[in-house]
Write a protein that binds this ligand. Structure first.
Ligand code: FE2
Length: 366
């Protein structure tokens, strides 16, 4: 699409979470989600103010970072927001080019373009701000052959990254923004990234008795990078988006969706490893086959594992949502498997909302 020519994106690079205790968070993502720890930077490698653990599975790269002192920006982020996503980093042909374009189009610069290098080559990095305290780092790593970034030490023992539970790639990363601000951020992604709004749904389409949301999905020209943006909509009681905004102290990343190729096997293993997923009422499975029709999987497996199914004009998808990954009711994960479908499971939103609200009610926040 010509509208994206000014900001070409090559794909996801990583998502960095700023957390209270990265050592323990890394253990959780390794042992519960099946990631392999691949790289580390911290005091032992000459970094004075933080410790970062890189974990990978398929093409997914997460970085868990915590600050070592109370005046660290990482510590202060984790204090204000709880554990959460700080950086949705994107691979670009030129970090300098992407940064200059973004800033010229109205983005706020966070880190000027700069090269980092070590014996494995060099990487160009630059960062801009998006909603809340979240940033996008532009990464040009085509001249780099080391683990993650210069200065990181490889922690892969046999040179192999384990296939884990079979999670393959990032699918989409969702932001929650304040009431009335969704269109501001939709316009930001249009203006700064040349993205287009591929899906939207309003509060007439997604609501339960008590809460509702409005959502628009922004995507780049290739369709690889998808950023849904949610804002709360009026309901009789506090919406899940409002609860998020209260506990996150403002906008931030709501969920990170990861693709699988055998979701029944992946979710079976994740459950065995202790990952907690949202529950779905059995009544959902009475209507799902009639709504979605024939699929390759067995509906009894979906019902047993509480995997959701939906269909659009291009195909079907299977998806399941974890419970929030920390004590604050903020960030959670999604496993999604696409069989042609290009949408996000809108038909499941009502079922999803009802199950999220059961959790919210248990916390006394509904
Ligand atoms: Fe999602």
């Amino acid at each position: 699409m010509s509208s994206t020519d000014f900001m070409p994106l090559d794909g996801w690079d990583h998502v960095e979470l700023w957390v209270g205790n990265a050592k323990q968070a890394a253990y959780f993502y390794e042992h519960a989600f099946g990631f392999t720890r691949t790289a580390y930077a911290g005091p032992e490698t000459g970094v004075r103010d933080r410790a970062s653990y890189v974990v990978e599975q398929g093409a997914i790269r997460l970085v868990l970072t915590s600050g070592l002192r109370s005046d660290s920006e990482v510590t202060q982020f984790a204090c204000r927001h709880g554990d959460g996503a700080r950086d949705i980093a994107l691979q670009v042909p030129s970090a300098d080019g992407a940064y200059r374009t973004a800033v010229q189009r109205g983005a706020r610069g966070i880190a000027e373009p700069h090269w980092e290098e070590d014996e494995f080559g060099r990487v160009e990095l630059a960062s801009i701000a998006t909603y809340g305290d979240v940033v996008h780092t532009f990464v040009d790593r085509k001249d780099y052959a080391g683990p993650y970034l210069p200065g990181y030490r490889s922690t892969v023992e046999n040179g192999q990254v384990d296939s884990g539970v079979g999670l393959k790639a990032l699918d989409h990363v969702v932001g929650n923004v304040e009431l009335g601000r969704m269109n501001t951020w939709v316009e930001f992604y249009e203006r700064v990234f040349g993205m287009t709004n591929i899906v939207h749904f309003g509060d007439d389409q997604i609501q339960t008795e008590y809460s509702a949301l409005m959502s628009k999905v922004m995507a780049d020209g290739s369709g690889k990078i998808k950023f849904p943006i949610n804002e709360p909509a009026e309901g009789k009681r506090k919406s899940q988006i409002e609860e998020y905004l209260e506990f996150n102290h403002g906008p931030g990343v709501q969920h990170i969706a990861m693709q699988s190729e055998d979701i029944v096997a992946a979710v079976t293993q994740l459950k065995e490893r202790g990952v907690l997923f949202l529950d779905t009422p059995d009544s959902y499975y009475e209507e799902v086959e009639g709504r979605v029709g024939e699929i390759s999987e067995d509906y009894t497996d979906l019902k047993r594992l509480k995997i959701l199914a939906d269909r659009d004009e291009d195909g079907y998808l299977l998806q399941i949502f974890t419970k929030t990954a920390q004590d604050r009711p903020t960030v959670f994960f999604e496993v999604i498997e696409r069989h042609g479908a290009t949408t996000f499971g809108e038909g499941n939103f009502k079922a999803l909302f009802e199950s999220i609200e059961r959790e919210q009610a248990l916390r006394g926040n509904l």
